[in-house]
Design a protein around this ligand. Structure first.
Ligand SMILES: Nc1ncnc2c1ncn2[C@@H]1O[C@H](COP(=O)(O)OP(=O)(O)OP(=O)(O)O)[C@@H](O)[C@H]1O
Ligand code: SF4
Ligand SMILES: [Mg+2]
Length: 344
């Protein structure tokens, strides 16, 4: 049964951006500072799953998403799609990758051309990738609009005539037009009203099941991530702190940062009892990543080893990985959530 391979694998990926270059550094002849947006990130995305990616602002979620679709090239490491390093794809193989892996962005205004009707927007995607003979395009557009639950008369209208939620549906229809296998959604619903967010996320959930899509879902809102994801990746300062099945993460996180992030999330704590308590201290700058555990400066459990040695992701419970020197962190809570053994 071990013959499967992940549809996408991220293998030791690092990504740096050039940071500010101060006059002082210039005068001293020092090179510009580098922003370490991703440091040695490794994860697999399994075919047909929804993988959530969470973490505070600036932790590298979008950079990771962009590396996965090759909007950024990794500085080190590789992203493989169906086993092939995507940086080696050229010509028709690259076009095929661009079709099979689609990214949907947060901003429904910015990503839809205001001068094109919905019909033209979706029709363009269909013709660029030669998905249908010309004569079949109107019928396919109608089918796609139906799939995302927009009325058929939406085809002749312009993006500004729609609400934010409807525009995200148009973005989803455009992405689905090319029959992708993977959808990478970066803050898909963050710009929408809370009441509309659930509708769009539920649509994505239904489409994922119906079309057997693989979805990478980047979001701030942990409640939505829990609702939609099979597994969740928790990032901090460009590194992965924990990868867990969603249920396990939310019931018994195995990394102190995951626990703090969940406790600080207002959407998971309507009474707001724990707010501002759990995540104390400043997020360090990605210009100056500490040598040991990136969370050491804020972790209530920090000890000597943490500041000198970077913990590696290592197995915890079933399907769970965490990067913490305290390998039994959260183990008692995890054991308490296991179903009782028969006969006990
Ligand atoms: N094009 C760029 N040039 C320079 N720095 C960048 C660039 N893109 C991202 N960064 C920096 O890399 C780090 C990671 O940014 P990224 O956008 O991936 O974070 P994020 O987790 O998506 O944050 P948010 O939740 O705010 O969207 C940040 O410090 C950011 O300022
Ligand atoms: S390695 Fe140390 S500092 Fe980092 S999360 Fe674990 S206990 Fe805290
Ligand atoms: Mg982002």
């Amino acid at each position: 049964m071990n013959t499967h391979r992940p549809i996408l694998s991220v293998d030791g990926v690092s990504k740096r951006f050039s940071g500010p270059y101060s006059l002082l550094r210039r005068l001293k002849g020092e090179p510009p500072l580098a922003v370490h947006a991703l440091s040695n990130v490794t994860l697999d995305v399994e075919r047909g799953e929804t993988l959530g990616i969470v973490g505070e602002s600036g932790c590298g979620k979008s950079t990771l998403a962009r590396c996965m679709v090759r909007l950024h090239e990794a500085d080190d490491g590789a992203v493989r799609f169906d086993g092939t390093d995507i940086s080696n794809l050229h010509g028709s193989a690259r076009r095929a990758f661009n079709r099979r892996v689609q990214m949907i962005f947060q901003d429904p205004y910015g990503s839809l051309n205001p001068r094109m009707t919905v019909q033209q927007i979706i029709g363009e995607a269909l013709s660029v990738h030669k998905m249908r003979p010309k004569a079949d395009i109107p019928a396919r557009i109608a089918e796609l609009l139906d799939l995302v639950r927009l009325p058929a008369d939406a085809a002749a209208r312009y993006p500004h005539e729609f609400s934010g939620g409807q525009r995200q549906r148009i973005g989803i229809a455009r992405a689905l037009a090319v029959e992708p296998e993977v959808i990478v959604a970066d803050e898909l619903v963050s710009a929408l009203d809370v009441s509309v967010q659930a509708q769009v996320v539920n649509l994505l959930l239904q489409l994922q099941e119906k079309l057997h899509l693989t979805v990478v879902f980047v979001a701030h809102d942990l409640r939505l991530v829990r609702h939609i994801s099979h597994r969740v990746v928790v990032m901090y300062l460009g590194q992965i702190m924990e990868i867990s099945p969603a249920d396990a993460l939310f019931s018994a996180p195995r990394h102190p940062y995951s626990k703090a992030l969940l406790e600080a999330a207002p959407e998971l704590d309507p009474g707001q009892k724990n707010r501002n308590v759990a995540l104390r201290g400043e997020l360090p700058s990605p210009l100056n990543v500490p040598p040991g555990c990136p969370f050491a400066g804020r972790c209530p459990h920090v000890f000597d080893r943490c500041t000198v040695e970077r913990p590696l992701l290592s197995p915890r419970g079933p399907g769970q990985l965490a990067a913490c020197h305290l390998t039994d962190f959260g183990a008692a809570e995890a054991a308490a959530t296991l179903p009782a053994q028969p006969g006990h």
